[in-house]
Ligand binder design. Sequence first.
Ligand SMILES: Nc1ncnc2c1ncn2[C@@H]1O[C@H](COP(=O)(O)OP(=O)(O)OP(=O)(O)O)[C@@H](O)[C@H]1O
Ligand SMILES: [Mg+2]
Length: 343
Amino acid sequence: MSVDSTSSKLVRIGAVAQALGVSESWVRWLADAGEIPSSRTSGGHRVFDMTDVFVEWERRTVALPPAAEIGRELFRERVSLAGLEEHVVWRRVSDATGLVPDKPAYGVFYYVFTEMLNNAIDHSGGVSASVEVRARGEDVVATIADDGVGIFEHLRAHLDLPDDQAAILELTKGKRTTDPDHHTGEGIFFSSRAVAVFSLEANGLTWVVDNRRGDQAVGESDTLVGTKATFVVPRAGARLVEDVFAEFVDEDFRFSKTRPSVKLAEIGTDFVSRSEAKRLMAGLEKFEEVELDFAGVTRVGQGFVDEVFRVWQKTHPDTRLVPVRMVEPVEFMLRRSAEFGTR
Ligand SMILES: Nc1ncnc2c1ncn2[C@@H]1O[C@H](COP(=O)(O)OP(=O)(O)OP(=O)(O)O)[C@@H](O)[C@H]1O
Ligand SMILES: [Mg+2]
């Protein structure tokens, strides 16, 4: 794996433990097991390259947002949001990243960067944002952090949701906007799927979408002010933005298909209930096809299945429901539901 020469400083085990927030013995165990890369000095001391360690660590711990502060700085600016236009900042960022315009990585980076900065300008209610871009190994990592209200709280208040975590489920659906006169609610939906890793931190919560592992997670965050969007784009092997759109549009290029995460409909420990089903399905009638992504769900209850596949489906016959990524016990419950089988 190639790393930036500026960041390939070798550190000892204590520094790794501190950076990862775990014990030294745990780092030793991880290194012995080959879970994180390390080497030995001629004197026999174990040393680590923090860039390599972070790349591996992120692959394994999806609940952590990308460690944006690691790597070689390419761009850093604090911009004032009043009257700002995202493409003006983009021009400066684009020069600094060294991405080549005819490569997929450029298109993805351009799309996600301008969408996230536009969100800070139009929705955050903040005064300024800090924009940072770093090179880390083969990846380019960008962070846009505004000082506004925080996205999850903003969505909770405007969409009348029960809590901030419910806002994350809404973002996995798409077409969720608090400003329908000027926006369509597509930016985060497509951005989160176009990059290798995408995260939003706000209001003490983190939502991470790890497309390298096909997984997403919600966790705690120490971001209490504003919204921090971080995303990782590999210089080589990025997806074409057009291909990401193509997955969710019909022949007329309308955003007609979605794939919300069933896992994120979980309320406390009482997973699988009718109320969770209602929360999951709210707003999905706007789509022609809904792929319900059961990744990470190990059990569903009869109430949940009945509410989604009989009650909801009956009242919204124009929307096709397609369950995907089910484990056996979940598939069994769905098959058992007579209504689903004969639909
Ligand atoms: N930085 C932010 N601060 C506060 N709220 C935000 C922020 N970014 C997004 N939001 C909220 O999340 C919603 C969804 O954002 P998203 O980018 O997906 O859609 P949109 O901006 O409404 O529409 P589009 O991106 O299609 O123009 C927004 O309508 C807004 O309410
Ligand atoms: Mg937007």
